[in-house]
Design a protein around this ligand. Structure first.
Ligand SMILES: Cc1ncc(COP(=O)(O)O)c(C=O)c1O
Length: 536
């Protein structure tokens, strides 16, 4: 929970996460300009932030000076930045922009008709094109930049190391090395350990899915599953529909395929079927990514009563539904509903589960359940990616899952996170201002907070950081068109006894931000960063 290390990346400029791709057809200056514009519009690169000098960008990004200069010119022409003689180049606020009719897209080629934000219709589905941006690096950069020793970090979505069943696993690993034949350490090209695939198929069958071990592919964590899915199903320019908000590292993987995004709306019962219907009808997405259990960041579970309508809409538009069930066992209100996969009989639903949240992330084991042609392409992608997932961990996991420790661990983990959630929600509700919406968090380790309209979680971040409290601003969780008044608080590593201190800090930050808003003063990003360092 407590993070240490002060501003270790002092030399890191705000453009560290703008990535240039040699195979991208856009000119380098345009890639650079669009990357910076993305940071400003969506990831909270604050007005007043000083941008690196041209020669530093040329050096850090390996481009010619003239390329860096053209990028800044394009950004200046769009009213996003301005150079001040002798002082440097700075991000402008919307009010400072020379063109008061809003900020146009930096992209110089005319946007394709379907790449524009779409108005009209249900308004729950809206699209935009974000290519190759690096949401996670941007978010991590924001955190690293301002972390002070003693700060309480509710920013990382981590589980509690004190719950990890390490002595049990030590025994399972030892027996794997001592008792299993040496052949298990050989190269292999199968879909994973046979017994482990049986166990995963059994778990899914117990939740209502008609599935066999042949439909299971063992992978190295859910993150790899997402990469394999992206490689198997997506072409550049395809539409992908996803809940807004949703797990941002999944969006980031799909971003790398240069997809166009469709935002889907959800509530406490998961994604809304009307939104899926609308989104699929209007944009025919190739893929629909849904986090259907212990949703990250809201903690919602998709209600079974919504399955049919969602599957029908997906089938009609021939979309593949990718169902992320990473955190499903960590449910606090009775048993988790069955997965969407259990209601589908065809080949158009792919399920992902990982053991990272239930057991511990270093295990790096998850699986994909898929059928027919979908499974064949995923398996081929897995062979290309890393041939096979560590057999040692798979065998140790089989031993653990077959022992009594597994059920005991699950009971203990659910109990612990439920109490941590209750403590955080109780303390949080006492400090948030009227007009704030807090998600119920029925499972997982996260709470999603919507501040009153017009508030900025990035600006609040500076005030919270000064109080020694870190959260994750909400923008990276949106496929497109982020709501700036949102943020995620993660309680997995926050002991119950620390919840009221953490939320007292949050409350002070909210009050100090509200006062600054009223008086029209703004804690610029750099000042917030300095505030933290000075407070240490
Ligand atoms: C919804 C969701 N999917 C996938 C992942 C990635 O998990 P893994 O550690 O298995 O790669 C996470 C991790 O936080 C997650 O919350």
């Amino acid at each position: 929970m407590v993070m240490d290390g002060v501003n270790k990346n002092k030399g890191v400029g705000p453009l560290e996460c703008v990535v240039l791709h040699p195979r991208d057809r856009r000119p380098l200056y345009q890639q650079l300009a669009e990357g910076v514009a993305f940071q400003i519009r969506n990831l909270g690169l604050a007005p007043g932030t000083r941008l690196p000098a041209l020669r530093d960008i040329a050096k850090s990004h390996g481009v010619a000076l003239v390329t860096a200069s053209q990028a800044y010119e394009a950004l200046a022409a769009e009213g996003l930045i301005a150079s001040r003689t002798g002082r440097g180049t700075f991000v402008l606020s919307a009010a400072e922009a020379p063109h008061s009719n809003g900020r146009a897209n930096v992209s110089s080629p005319p946007a394709r008709a379907r790449d524009r934000d779409v108005e009209g219709g249900d308004a729950e589905a809206s699209i935009s094109r974000y290519g190759a941006q690096n949401r996670r690096v941007a978010a991590l950069q924001l955190l690293r930049w301002k972390v002070a020793p003693g700060a309480i970090a509710l920013s990382n979505g981590h589980t509690a190391p004190e719950t990890y069943p390490l002595p049990d696993f030590a025994r399972c690993y030892a027996r794997t090395f001592l008792d299993d034949p040496a052949e298990i350490h050989q190269y292999r090209a199968d879909r994973g350990d046979e017994r482990l695939r049986e166990l995963f198929a059994d778990r899914l069958r117990a939740r209502g899915a008609d599935v066999s071990p042949d439909d299971i592919l063992i992978v190295s964590g859910a993150q790899q599953a997402l990469s394999l899915v992206a490689e198997s199903f997506l072409e550049p320019g395809d539409f992908v529909a996803a809940e807004a908000p949703t797990y941002f590292a999944a969006l980031e993987v799909f971003d790398q395929r240069r997809v166009s995004w469709v935002n889907l709306a959800g509530d406490a019962d998961g994604v809304k079927p009307a939104s899926v219907r609308d989104g699929t009808k209007r944009f025919s997405p190739r893929l629909i990514y849904l986090n259907t259990a212990a949703h990250n960041p809201s903690g919602a579970f998709l209600s079974r009563s919504r399955h049919r309508a969602i599957l029908d809409a997906a089938a009609e538009s021939k979309a593949v539904v990718v169902e992320d069930q990473t955190c499903w066992p960590l449910c606090f209100d009775g048993e988790a509903p069955p997965p969407l996969f259990a209601s589908s009989d065809g080949a158009n639903v792919v399920l992902i589960e990982s053991l990272s949240k239930l057991l511990f992330p270093s295990l790096r084991i998850g699986y994909i359940a898929a059928r027919g042609a979908a499974m064949r392409s995923l398996y081929a992608a897995k062979l290309r990616a890393d041939t096979f997932t560590t057999t040692v961990a798979q065998r140790a996991l089989v031993r653990f899952l077959e022992s009594k420790s597994a059920a005991r661990h699950l009971r203990n983990a659910r109990f612990l996170y439920r109490r941590r959630r209750d403590a955080l929600l109780h303390a949080l509700r006492r400090v948030v201002p009227e007009g704030t919406v807090v998600s119920a968090s029925r499972g997982g380790v996260n709470v999603w907070v919507e501040l009153p309209k017009g508030w900025s979680s990035v600006d609040l971040f500076g005030h919270a950081a000064r109080e020694g409290l870190l959260f994750l601003p909400g923008a990276p969780f949106y496929p497109t068109m982020p709501a700036q008044n949102t943020l995620r608080l993660s309680y997995g590593t926050l002991p119950e006894s620390a919840a009221s201190d953490a939320m007292a800090r949050f409350g002070r930050a909210l009050r100090s931000y509200a006062a600054a808003r009223r008086s029209g003063t703004r804690l610029a990003g750099d000042d917030a960063g300095r505030g933290i360092v000075a407070a240490v």
